[in-house]
Write a protein that binds this ligand. Structure first.
Ligand code: ADP
Length: 426
């Protein structure tokens, strides 16, 4: 522009003022046309502002466009960072073990993770902006939302999921949004129910013999001149009931100790021949020579484990075999190996167990025939104790049985607990 003004002054001096003015006008027109063209290009570009299509220009426009280029680049970068951040957050929320859904003030779903989809039967794409109370129709859920008292979680068993218990919470945030959080607490509920049953069962088991003992004590108090015979009979029954309570408390203590102790990592070497002989002798005493008892030692390997626990498990299995086999029925105690794994088993020819009971036998206080168990001095805890000991030795309890024919209970130990026999080792 300065050069054009100097040229116009020169033209004024050489020719005349109108010529100089005409020259200046022409220059201004050209400059304005150039600027208009650049503005037009800028306008066009702003309609679809992408970094690849930014216009090229010279002079001051070059500066403008290069600034714009920087701004767009910065903007794109920030946008990408925000998108990445959002994706990370969504991935984290999707990976949560809890169900999470974001609801707006009208309870419409803005977003939900796959666990929430599963818990409520939602579809994260199809159901967006749908009212959740139209999709989850369970009355207690609708009532919980309408009452809007979210101080306590709602426990709900979804009708469409079998035996699942959900704990549902609503948390308000950001003014009018709500976070719906659902947690699968089935396992927790099951443990709670087991705990409740256990306490009820223990109380019941102790109460029955206690009632008998109290009854006799009161009788003895009320009738001081009771005949010797009746008094002896009463004392005999009282002794029987107190023994029962004592057995029960002893088994409860064993169970609680097993539950509280750490598993024996490797354990001590256990001389199996010696241990089996001990268990066999206990069996003979318990049976009172009423059962032909046989011991088969088909393997010379020993075990790494906890001797006292192993003795307790083996004795429990043998005592059951004796108690559930009518007099005269044969019982075999066996120590063998199956594919490199040591196996202890007790086979009896007793009353056997119907198939539907087998999976539940190791539950505390589970008995097939309550009165038979009681008559023979059972506490209903023997197999629960065996199961704990088996787990602590990373072994497996296998039960095969046929009603009326007999049962075989086997403990299969892991090969890692096998101690080679002296002949093998040398
Ligand atoms: P219990 O003290 O009642 O014997 P256990 O836990 O040892 O308790 O066993 C649970 C139940 O399993 C028993 O009540 C009995 O019904 C059944 N059972 C266990 N061992 C045998 C067996 N060898 N033959 C038949 N039934 C058995």
């Amino acid at each position: 522009m300065v050069l054009s003004a100097l040229a116009a002054l020169l033209l004024w001096g050489l020719f005349s003022a109108p010529i100089a003015l005409l020259f200046m006008l022409a220059v201004l027109l050209i400059v304005m046309a150039y600027r208009a063209r650049q503005l037009f290009k800028l306008g066009l570009w702003l309609n679809d502002a992408r970094i690849e299509t930014i216009p090229e220009a010279g002079g001051i426009w070059d500066e403008v466009f290069s600034r714009l280029y920087q701004m767009v680049k910065q903007h794109n970068q920030t946008k990408q960072e925000l998108a990445d951040e959002l994706q990370h957050l969504q991935q984290a929320a999707a990976a949560l073990p809890e169900g999470v859904a974001i609801l707006n003030e009208a309870n419409r779903i803005e977003w939900c993770n796959p666990v929430a989809e599963q818990h409520f039967g939602l579809n994260g794409e199809r159901d967006i902006m749908q009212d959740i109370t139209y999709l989850v129709r369970q009355p207690e859920f609708i009532e919980y939302i309408h009452d809007a008292d979210f101080s306590k979680p709602l426990l709900m068993r979804p009708a469409r999921l079998d035996n699942i218990v959900l704990s549902i919470k609503f948390i308000s945030y950001g003014g009018n949004k709500r976070l719906l959080i659902s947690r699968d607490i089935t396992q927790f509920e099951r443990v709670e129910a087991m705990r409740r049953d256990f306490v009820a069962n223990v109380s019941h088991e102790l109460r029955t013999p206690l009632t008998v003992v109290i009854g006799f004590v009161e009788n003895l108090q009320d009738m001081p001149d009771l005949s010797q015979d009746s008094a002896r009979r009463a004392l005999h029954l009282m002794a029987e009931q107190t023994r029962r309570m004592d057995n029960l408390v002893a088994d409860l203590l064993t169970l609680s100790r097993l539950e509280n102790e750490q598993s024996p990592s490797r354990g001590e070497p256990v001389d199996m021949k010696e241990l089996l002989n001990e268990v066999y002798r206990d069996g003979e005493l318990l049976s009172g020579a009423q059962h032909p008892l046989r011991m088969e030692i088909a393997s010379a390997v020993n075990l790494l484990g906890n001797r006292d626990e192993l003795r307790s498990a083996f004795s429990n299995l043998l005592s059951n075999a004796i108690r559930y086999t009518p007099d005269g029925g044969a019982i075999v105690l066996r120590w063998s190996e199956q594919g490199g794994q040591p196996v202890f088993s007790v086979q009896d020819s007793g009353i056997g167990i119907a198939a539907q009971h087998i999976p539940r036998l190791t539950e505390r206080f589970y008995r097939v025939d309550r009165s038979r168990s009681r008559e023979t001095g059972g506490t209903g805890l023997g197999l629960a104790i065996v199961k704990h000991i088996v787990i602590r030795h990373q072994a497996k309890l296998e039960i095969s049985s046929e009603e009326g024919k007999g049962s075989t209970f086997s403990i299969v130990f892991p090969a890692g607990r096998r101690l080679p026999s002296a002949s093998e080792a040398s």
